[in-house]
Structures are given as structure tokens and as C-alpha cells.
Design a protein around this ligand. Structure first.
Ligand code: SAM
Ligand code: ZN
Length: 405
């Protein structure tokens, strides 16, 4: 596909086992500080290759789990990097419907399917994403998996995506609107996700919990429950993979995972309160007596599924990506922290507040375990630590570690 075919410079890149025609980003920026993906007439972000690699692995794990051929939809596909990769790289994919409202993106996506010899499996469309999803909402038309990878928030596509999924179907969601989700713009978060965020040190985990909570309540309206299979945070986005299950009982069960997180900005104490409609709290921190801040309602349940994570790990080990090392480390951390408590401590922040030098997180985790507490590292922050130890106990330990130096 040449410049004359689309009217702007393009180039060919390789992601995974797939070759892709994409806009030549360098041709669209005037200075190095410009954000190239949004300057081109068709969107392509090379930084999201890792997101797409994990999407390929997760879809493969899902296909292995249900053990039959799958149909997939990517309603916001841009030039088809993700959808074509599903058709090429995920074994057992029988159909991929890729769509974008941008006509040039649609033309390139269609071309990319031909370039990779998967045009028999791929249907390219050029319409509004919600219209497309609604046209697949009848019982025999629905998809096994839908991947929503939008600009900003996925919430405006949730209802139609849920309706276009089969029972036990897989829904993948990207959210890049981290300012609302991390509490910089709380009103926008409440408006879009129906939950209050907090600018706490573990705001990236809260962001996933807010999106998962929004998914659970949206699915519940359709009498469906959700099960979170995998979730991760990288660069400027969060990502959730969840299966949905039909039935009012399933919806009620998944709503049991909803609740609030109460946080003390003075002493780092945090606790959770289960239930959608009542918060059990005194308003005061049980540790230091300061006022507690509240986040939610949000998802308090698990953020990944152990068996699913294991399947993704197996596929990750036998597949070569540019950033395989990072993917494997990330998956190991995700699996390790599945049963850990909600929230995490950031050792730098604690040491800063206590005016202490920063020890290695691994050493703090080891010492906590020796003292009988649970402690694991976290995917969310290299200095993060998930533990059931109260904040005061961790402060005591940090002081003791400094004194023994
Ligand atoms: C972040 S990009 C998608 C990137 C792509 N999923 C990938 O992995 O490379 C978002 C895309 O959504 C498309 N878009 C925005 N609003 C839309 C709508 N209402 N219906 C369909 N596509 C839309 C844009 O044209 C853009 O290509
Ligand atoms: Zn406190």
C-alpha cells in the first residue's frame, strides 16, 4: 500500500508474527516533544505493542480454555494491528470482525488482512462502533470475544459490547484516561465510572478496580455477572480481561465483590468495606484518629484468575515477542499477587514521610514474612509492597531496619 493509495506516508512494521502497514509516524511530527500517534491521519501507537502482545496471549489462553474455534470483534481497530494479529497469531480463530469509523483506517486494516493472507477470516467494516456491536447482539450472531481499545475511556461501548457477547464470552477493555481514574479529575471519574477515585499511592490499582466495578454494575443491568481473568497496568493505560456469565444470580454474585476502600493520608492505613449501599466506618482512622478518605464503589474482588494466568504464562513462554522478558516478569507478579490484600504500600513514600533511607522492597517483604505477615511485590510499582501488615507495623519495621544498619 503506497502513499498515493491513502494520501499519506506509510511504512511496514512487524509485531509478533504479523506484518503491518502503518502511518510513518516520523513524517507527522515537527518536534521530538510531539505525540506522534495522534498526529497521523490514522492512529498507530508502537508503545501499545506490549498491550497487543498480551492481548494475543490472553485470547489464545481463552481459546484453549473453551477448546473450540472462536469469533472475535475489534470495534475500534484503527489500521488493524490488533485484529489482524488475532487472525494470524491466535490458533483456533475462525472469524475476526474489525471496524473503524475512520475510512482510511478501515482501508489500511483491510489491506493488512490481505498482506498477511487472512482475508478469508477477517471482515473489515467502516461504521460507528456501537452501531456495529448492536448489529451483532442477536443470539446467534454474538462473539466469543470482544476487544475494546479506544481513545480514553471504554465506558461508552460497554453496554453494546456486553450485549454482543455470548454467554461466558471474553471482554477485553483498555482505558487510557488515567487522570480521572487516578483521582486528578474525580468528577469525571464519578460521571463515567460511577465511583470515586483517590490520589493515593496505589491509584493504578484503584483505577483497575473502578473500571472493573463499572463493568460489574453495567453487566448486572443486563442480568449478567463478570469474572476477572487478568488485569494489568503499563505505561499510560490499564487493561482488564473479564468473562461474562448470563443470569440474574450471576449478576448478584458478582455485585457481592463491590464495596469501598477507606484510606488515611496521614498514616497510610487502608481498609475495605464490602457492599454497594452502606459504608461501615467511623469516619476516623483506627490507627491514628485522622479523617478517612473514601474511594468507590469499586471492585474489591480478585484482579486476575490463577488458572487463566497460568495458561497465559504457558503461551508466553513458548512465544517470542520483542518484550518477552517484561511480559514474563509482569505475569509472574500478577499471579503472585492474586490473593494479596487490596492496595499496596510504596516504600519510597513511607520512608519519605518517616524521614528514613529507602531499603530494598525485597528485604522489607522478607522481614515482614519473618514477622508472620504476608508480603508480595506488585505489578503496579517496582517499590510497591502488598501486605496484610498494618501501616504502623511497617513503619516500625522500617525504623528497626534503619537502626540495625
Ligand atoms: C486507540 S485507537 C485504536 C487502536 C487499535 N485498537 C490498536 O490496537 O492499534 C481508537 C480508534 O477508534 C476509532 N474510533 C473513534 N470513535 C469511533 C466510533 N464511534 N466508532 C468506531 N471507531 C471509532 C478511531 O478512529 C481510532 O482509530
Ligand atoms: Zn491514620
Amino acid at each position: 500500500m503506497k502513499e498515493k493509495d491513502v494520501g499519506f506516508p506509510t511504512e511496514i512494521v512487524t509485531e509478533g508474527q504479523t506484518r503491518l502497514v502503518v502511518p510513518r509516524l516520523k513524517a507527522f511530527i515537527k518536534s521530538s516533544s510531539e505525540y506522534a500517534p495522534s498526529k497521523a491521519p490514522v492512529f498507530y501507537n508502537p508503545v501499545m505493542e506490549l498491550n497487543r502482545d498480551i492481548a494475543v496471549l490472553a485470547l489464545q489462553a481463552y481459546q484453549r480454555l473453551i477448546n473450540r474455534e472462536i469469533s472475535v470483534c475489534e470495534p475500534l481497530a484503527s489500521c488493524g494491528a490488533r485484529g489482524v494479529r488475532f487472525a494470524v497469531e491466535v490458533k483456533g480463530t475462525k472469524k475476526v470482525v474489525m471496524n473503524d469509523i475512520n475510512q482510511k483506517a478501515f482501508l489500511i486494516a483491510k489491506h493488512n488482512a490481505e498482506l498477511n493472507n487472512v482475508k478469508e477470516k477477517v471482515i473489515a467494516k467502516n461504521q460507528d462502533a456501537n452501531l456495529l456491536l448492536n448489529s451483532y447482539s442477536a443470539p446467534r450472531k454474538r462473539f466469543d470475544a470482544i476487544d475494546i481499545d479506544p481513545f480514553g475511556s471504554p465506558v461508552r461501548y460497554l453496554d453494546s459490547a456486553i450485549r454482543a457477547l455470548r454467554d461466558h464470552g471474553l471482554l477485553a477493555l483498555t482505558a487510557t484516561d488515567m487522570a480521572p481514574l487516578c483521582g486528578v479529575h474525580p468528577k469525571a471519574c464519578i460521571r463515567k465510572y460511577g465511583g470515586k477515585p483517590l490520589r493515593a499511592e496505589y491509584c493504578h490499582e484503584l483505577a483497575i478496580r473502578l473500571l472493573a466495578g463499572c463493568l460489574a454494575t453495567t453487566a448486572a443491568k443486563h442480568e449478567m455477572g463478570i469474572h476477572i481473568m487478568l488485569s494489568h497496568n503499563a505505561e499510560h493505560y490499564i487493561r482488564i480481561y473479564a468473562t461474562i456469565e448470563y443470569g440474574a444470580k450471576k449478576a448478584d454474585e458478582s455485585l457481592k465483590n463491590m464495596g469501598y476502600i477507606l484510606h488515611c493520608f496521614e498514616c497510610f492505613h487502608r481498609e475495605s468495606s464490602n457492599g454497594l449501599y452502606a459504608v461501615e466506618r467511623s469516619g476516623k482512622c483506627g490507627e491514628c484518629g485522622s479523617r478517612l478518605s473514601i474511594a468507590g464503589p469499586l471492585w474489591l474482588g480478585k484482579l486476575s484468575d490463577t488458572r487463566f494466568c497460568g495458561l497465559v504464562q504457558e503461551d508466553a513462554r513458548r512465544t517470542k515477542f520483542k518484550r518477552s522478558d517484561r511480559i514474563e516478569k509482569m505475569l509472574a507478579l500478577i499471579k503472585e499477587e492474586i490473593d494479596a490484600p487490596v492496595g499496596y504500600y510504596v516504600i519510597d513514600k513511607l520512608c519519605d514521610a518517616l524521614n528514613l533511607p529507602v531499603p530494598s522492597v525485597k528485604k522489607v517483604a522478607e522481614s515482614l514474612r519473618k514477622r508472620g505477615f504476608g508480603a508480595t511485590l506488585t505489578q503496579f510499582n517496582p517499590k510497591g509492597l502488598k501486605s496484610n501488615a498494618p501501616s504502623m507495623e511497617i513503619a516500625k519495621l522500617l525504623r528497626a531496619m534503619e537502626e540495625s544498619q
